[in-house]
Write a protein that binds this ligand. Structure first.
Ligand SMILES: Nc1ncnc2c1ncn2[C@@H]1O[C@H](COP(=O)(O)OP(=O)(O)O)[C@@H](O)[C@H]1O
Ligand SMILES: [Mg+2]
Length: 288
């Protein structure tokens, strides 16, 4: 199991990650947080690519940074990466496997299996330059899983993808999480849907670790629902509004607020997205 043990990183400007202790067991983990929360910093330390200021990243109790074998057991896809555009998908993965010191013999089979796992079997002989950004992202994942690591870490894979590719990528990751611990970071709220375990990071602090219901519970008592007309809507204050949906009669609104935001607003069950927003806004209010 991958874990962070008092793991922290400080730059000149301050702590990017305040010391954190948390473990990532089997299944799908979502690391959620706004831009600058420290997601990439934490993931790079967990993958053994960045030296922590304090503490350790451990895989089954062994230091990821100091043990080469540990790093072999962790696949990592960075937030941005470049591929050789003139190579085909298959050549890219074969090259990656050879770079890790594998013998030429089984390389093609393993590369084909990795490409199949990310749904790129039909495109394996096409040059990477003809791939869409979603396909490139999936190729990055194929590269990371080609040596069959136990843990897969993917930094913001869904950023900048269109809805169809985002859906595709999520299914690929969900499938991989059946046999590996998958840790993905995101600032896209709808990505939480596929995560069994959620970790919320904000300003370098881990605010929450748990399941979806527990996350939603953070907004209990704070979510209000009401219906209004278009003309009234324009006159209403928009503080805390988290959703507004047009209906036949007018608009249906949801807001996060300590007190009833509008005379006929009623308190309602929070969603996990609202739990997340409640956590983040409480945290940033404290530090402001
Ligand atoms: N190499 C670096 N030197 C100085 N500060 C950094 C460095 N890398 C990241 N940071 C700072 O650490 C914080 C967290 O960054 P990052 O981990 O990239 O966040 P996220 O991935 O959640 O957007 C930010 O304030 C960022 O400016
Ligand atoms: Mg990042």
């Amino acid at each position: 199991m991958l874990s962070a043990n008092h793991l922290g990183k400080r730059y000149k400007s301050g702590w990017a990650i305040h010391p954190i202790t948390v473990s990532f067991g089997p299944g799908m983990h979502g690391l959620l947080g706004p831009n600058g929360a420290g997601k990439s910093t934490l993931l790079r330390m967990l993958a053994g690519l960045l030296t922590p200021t304090t503490g350790n990243a451990l895989l089954d109790g062994e230091s990821v940074l100091q043990t080469y074998q540990c790093r072999q057991r962790i696949g990592f896809v960075p937030q941005s990466f470049r591929m050789y555009e003139q190579l085909t998908g298959l050549e890219t993965i074969r090259h990656a496997i050879r770079m890790r010191g594998a013998s030429a013999g089984s390389t093609s089979d393993r590369a084909a299996a990795a490409l199949d796992a990310v749904g790129l079997s039909a495109e394996l002989n096409r040059p990477v330059r003809s791939y869409s950004s979603g396909m490139k992202q999936r190729l990055g994942i194929a590269q990371a899983i080609a040596s069959d690591p136990e843990v897969l870490i993917v930094d913001e894979p869904t950023a900048g993808l269109d809805p169809e590719e985002r859906f595709r990528l999520r299914s690929v990751l969900a499938e991989l999480s059946q046999t590996k611990a998958v840790l993905l970071s995101t600032h896209v709220l709808s990505d939480i849907g596929i995560c069994e375990h959620i970790h919320v990071l904000c300003e370098g602090r881990l605010l929450f670790t748990g399941g979806k219901e527990q996350l939603a519970a953070h907004a209990r008592g704070l979510v209000w629902h009401w219906e209004t007309s278009e003309s009234e809507w324009r006159r209403q204050p928009s503080d805390g509004i988290v959703a507004a949906r047009r209906t036949e009669e007018g608009l249906e609104c949801r807001a996060l607020a300590m007190n009833q935001p509008y005379p006929y607003a009623i308190e309602t069950e929070p969603s996990m997205e609202e739990g997340y927003l409640a956590l983040i806004s409480a945290s940033t209010r404290h530090t402001r």
